[in-house]
Design a protein around this ligand. Structure first.
Ligand code: GLY
Length: 403
């Protein structure tokens, strides 16, 4: 009996250790990639030094469309990516002009800590959260905790999810994107010791795992629940090509979200889910050879349809993190794709010429194709996740590779 227990323990050690130690010992950045990334950051710095002169003081840069700079109010779901991108650039270049611009914009974001929005994690974690990583302080922490409280209020224990958008009578809507907002809740539990935030995040992740995914691990964009019973009423899309299609950014949100939940909980079912999603994406016959997805994996008209640089950037960042938690064979597979995405996004096909694209780094993202809104334009979150992916790559062999 004792011997059996010992053998079991040994087996666990043998199977777990290589995955853990791989992250710390064997993932090494390649010299040519580091050179490319350094050049990208130098170029991006110049671009953002141009962009900052075209953003009204009370708003946030979103895109550059029809030769015009477009900014959004602080309550827009993309607002936090502008200060976040500036702060990521500062991390890479130590350019204090951009740091100061990013920090100044946080003041504009501050009232949003009380906003009633499922996107508050995007807005606050990707702005205040990044600022707090660079320079932890009590004010940032308080804003982030209040933000987590605001998000918690959207949780319905009967459904087991936080609600997306506004509710219609008898309908509780949840989009796959909400997975990204859970990081704020996991952080809040670590900082306050109050487990209620993490419980909400874990319940949301479990419910979404049960209802959002198809047998091939692609995900629906939207699941509509009955708020009184928790029953699923409908599964459909809003931003994708069809209810049964795989909207590209949604697949990236899912992969990134479950990878993050594995990091925060060490629950192997989240790691398995992230691996399954990665497998769906990486084996998809409609994923181009250069690995930057079309806007929907089932978009009618492929290959003559728009790519979505944002979906590619989020995917690269998520895969780099996932590589640290998986076995050697998958880690190599994921890193190869992440490197390819970074290379593709660094090519003239996606990376803007110096002084062009309104100062954004990347061209060719898709916001909301069915509404014909923000199609084939630069988007602040494409830049944000591209920089995040490159920072993660630069830190590949460091223990704190996410910092
Ligand atoms: N959260 C909305 C989007 O990904 O477009």
């Amino acid at each position: 009996m004792k011997k059996l227990t010992f053998i079991k323990a040994a087996l666990i050690v043998i199977t777990i250790i290589p995955a853990i130690s791989y992250g710390q010992n064997q993932l090494k950045p390649k010299a040519d990639m580091l050179k490319l990334i350094d050049k990208n950051f130098t170029d991006a710095d110049k671009q953002y030094r141009l962009l900052i002169h075209h953003v009204p003081l009370d708003s946030m840069a979103e895109t550059f469309e029809h030769n015009k700079w477009v900014s959004v109010a602080a309550n827009n779901w993309v607002s936090g990516f502008y200060p976040g991108a500036l702060l990521y650039l500062y991390k890479a270049t130590k350019d204090t002009t951009l740091y100061n611009e990013g920090i100044r914009r946080l003041k504009v974001m501050e009232p949003e800590q009380k906003i009633d929005s499922h996107d508050i994690g995007f807005m606050m974690n990707d702005s205040y959260g990044v600022a707090n990583q660079i320079n932890p302080n009590a004010n940032y922490k308080q804003v982030l905790i209040t933000s987590a409280n605001s998000l918690s209020k959207r949780f319905n224990p009967i459904v087991g999810c936080t609600m997306s958008w506004a509710s219609q009578p008898g309908q509780f809507r949840v989009i796959i994107d909400n997975m990204m907002n859970l990081e704020l809740l996991m952080w809040a539990t670590k900082v306050t010791g109050d487990s209620s935030y993490a419980k909400i995040a874990i319940t949301h992740a479990n419910t979404t795992m049960k209802n959002h995914f198809r047998p091939d691990y692609s995900s629906y964009h939207l699941v509509i629940y009955d708020p009184a019973t928790g029953a699923v009423i409908k599964k459909q899309t809003v931003q994708g090509a069809a209810d049964e299609s795989a909207w590209a950014r949604g697949q990236s949100w899912g992969l990134y979200g479950y990878t993050m939940m594995y990091r925060e909980t060490k629950d192997p079912k989240y790691l398995a889910q992230a691996n399954h999603i990665a497998n769906f994406i990486l084996t998809n016959p409609n994923l181009p050879a250069d690995k930057v997805p079309y806007w929907d994996y089932n978009a009618p008209g492929i290959p003559n349809v728009e790519r979505d640089a944002s979906a590619g950037a989020i995917l690269a960042s998520g895969l780099i993190e996932l590589s640290h938690y998986t076995d050697v064979a998958n880690a190599k597979r994921y890193m190869d794709v992440a490197e390819q995405i970074i290379k593709t996004l660094s090519s003239p096909q996606f990376k803007a010429k110096a002084g062009g694209n309104g100062g954004y780094i990347l061209m060719h993202s898709v916001g909301h194709k069915p509404k014909n809104a923000l199609v084939d334009v630069p988007l602040n979150y494409a830049d944000y996740y591209f920089m995040e992916a490159m920072l993660r790559y630069k830190n590949l062999d460091k223990k704190a590779f996410l910092q």
